[in-house]
Design a protein. Structure first.
Length: 253
């Protein structure tokens, strides 16, 4: 996952021998939730906005349709419904959560973190909130952080959510076609908690190339203002100027 940006792997199941001989506190995935917005966008719908077709998209990606959030629905709004489902699945309430981790690259605002907006909507009380910006692998990096905090005994119940509203920043012209056909909007959360004698996260391994090559990127407020296609971007950037840009992939042509 994550293309040329980063990668992460997770081993979840302990053997019976490891369970007997391992006194370490470990985290377990105790609840999983899901939610998709009601708006369905088919390949034929995209073909009305760019030069493409249902056959072209399915041949290269296998995708037939995706879900887009309605206008005005924020990333934290999508996450709220999914988190409620995850808590129900875990048999927990918002008051049981000690810490909240939110992985996204399409936040409500650049700052503060979107977890700070989700927290009062969910009703957890004044707990710690953390955002992770790590593209496709953000959810697995969040799991690594949650697992480490639970192992260290800092927290017992951590809610992790990875949510995206990509449709707000996709380029639906022919120039952005190779990226726009791939993404939709959705939030997959789960609850990590300390549960003795239960299938647990055994280990995680994260890595990032030492020199990542240019790939999909988002030009937004930051200290790096140079663009691959222009010497300098206008400053300040336009409000809500989030926009996907990418070099065309040979496999998508």
């Amino acid at each position: 996952m994550g293309g040329n940006v980063s990668s992460a792997t997770t081993r979840v199941r302990l053997s019976e021998e490891e369970k007997k001989g391992d006194p370490m506190m470990r985290s377990a995935i105790v609840g999983i939730g899901s939610y998709v917005p009601p708006k369905v966008v088919t390949n034929d719908d995209l073909a009305q906005r760019m030069t493409t077709s249902d056959e072209w998209i399915q041949t290269r990606t296998g995708i037939r349709e995706r879900r887009f959030a309605d206008e005005g629905v924020k990333c934290s709004d999508l996450a709220l419904e999914a988190c409620r489902n995850a808590l129900d699945d875990a048999g927990m309430t918002p008051a049981d959560i000690d810490f909240l981790i939110f992985a996204t690259l399409s936040p409500d605002h650049h700052f503060p973190g979107t977890a700070c907006y989700l927290q009062p909507k969910l009703g957890t009380g004044p707990i710690g909130c953390l955002d992770v910006r790590n593209q496709c692998t953000g959810f697995l990096y969040s799991l690594t952080v949650a697992d480490a905090l639970i192992r260290a005994g800092v927290y017992k119940n951590i809610l992790i959510v990875g949510a995206e509203v990509h449709s707000s920043a996709l380029d639906f012209s022919d120039r952005g076609r190779d990226v726009a056909v791939l993404f939709g909007d959705a939030p997959p959360p789960w609850c990590s908690a300390h549960r003795p004698n239960q299938t647990a996260v055994c280990s995680t391994r994260n890595s990032t190339p030492t020199a990542a090559s240019p790939g999909p990127c988002v030009w937004i407020f930051g200290t790096f203002r140079e663009s691959p296609t222009s010497r300098r971007k206008p400053w300040p950037p336009r409000p809500c100027g989030r926009r996907w840009t990418a070099r065309p992939s040979s496999s998508m042509r």
